[in-house]
Write a protein that binds this ligand. Structure first.
Ligand code: GDP
Length: 301
């Protein structure tokens, strides 16, 4: 349901053309594959991924002796799902079974980082978990207040210091407070400065060291937040952050706001980082665990 609604724009853009392409009178020939390639590239799937996918489909069509375009549609769905999710459990957030779980959120300003933290707090709280937020973006004016608004909305504590303070000090406070209050999940915001890669890397490493000192395998996830509407820009942000710290999962926001939802494929396949959460709207309930099968069904529904 959620995926179907959230992917309306992508579907309108993509599926009309796809339906045209898989009409039953069409023959699966080289021209068919070329049109399919164009269509997928137009949906921001990414050239390398498209080439890989279409090569696989060519082989499958030959192997299964598929002649009619309508018969290849289920194979397209199947192969898309395989590209999107390499293993069944890769989209699940890692949890510390022995106590406090810590997630670090990274990403540039405006991608929906604060909103995603707020939504996840809401979701985890609804699942019965005790949640705390750490206002680690001490750099951007308004970031702390914005996180507090979400904290209030979700009914969870926010650990903060004044603007301009050391993010690592905020993390130190937060992890101690979380441990002493028996918190289950601590969600940590960070500043998203990309202008200076060395600073970014140093800051993230310092923050991580503070967390790791208290809990050896913390942070349990480093989640990079990317805005789906920014297409190739999101890809280059991912590469920069990937060079600055080890990213364990992607939160892809604003999928509802793009007609080019194919970016998910490019991200999963070309960056080799699993997409764990997707944002399908601005509301508190609009963050979802990514599910490849539902996503693909949402595309063709
Ligand atoms: P930050 O600077 O990265 O913390 O970004 P914000 O969390 O402030 O979000 C920027 C804008 O994007 C806000 O207006 C959010 O409501 C909006 N936004 C965030 N996630 C989504 C989403 O999944 N869908 C839509 N439509 N808007 C979103």
């Amino acid at each position: 349901e959620k995926f179907r609604d959230g992917l309306t724009k992508t579907r309108d853009n993509f599926v009309g053309a796809m339906n045209e392409l898989v009409k039953d009178y069409r023959t699966v020939d080289e021209e068919f594959f070329e049109e399919l390639e164009e269509l997928l590239i137009g949906a921001d799937v990414g050239v390398n991924t498209v080439m890989e996918l279409v090569d696989t489909l060519r082989d499958e069509a030959k192997r299964r002796n598929i002649k009619d375009a309508k018969d290849i549609q289920p194979v397209i769905s199947e192969k898309l799902a395989e590209l999107l999710q390499k293993s069944e459990d890769e989209t699940e957030l890692r949890v510390n079974a022995d106590g406090l779980t810590v997630y670090l959120f990274v990403g540039v300003n405006g991608v929906g980082k604060t909103t995603s933290i707020g939504k996840l707090a809401h979701k985890l709280k609804a699942e019965g978990k005790k949640v705390m937020l750490a206002a680690g973006d001490t750099f951007r004016a308004g970031a702390i207040e914005q996180l507090e608004v979400w904290g209030e909305r979700a009914g969870v504590d926010v650990i903060k210091q004044q603007a301009g303070s050391d993010p690592a000090a905020v993390m130190y406070d937060a992890i101690h407070s979380a441990k002493s209050k028996g918190v289950d999940v601590l969600l940590c915001d960070t500043a998203g400065r990309l202008q200076n890669k060395v600073n970014l890397m140093n800051e993230l490493e310092k923050v991580k060291r503070v967390l790791t000192r208290e809990i050896p395998d913390a942070p349990h996830e480093v989640l990079l937040v990317l805005d789906a509407t920014t297409g190739q820009n999101a890809m280059s942000q991912a590469k920069t952050f990937g060079q600055s710290t080890e990213v364990t999962g992607i939160v892809l926001t604003k999928l509802d706001g793009t007609a080019k939802g194919g970016i998910v494929l490019a991200i999963r396949n070309e960056l080799d980082i699993p997409v764990k959460l997707v944002g399908l709207g601005e509301g508190a309930d609009d963050l979802h665990e990514f599910n490849a099968e539902q996503y693909v069904n949402g595309l063709f529904a």
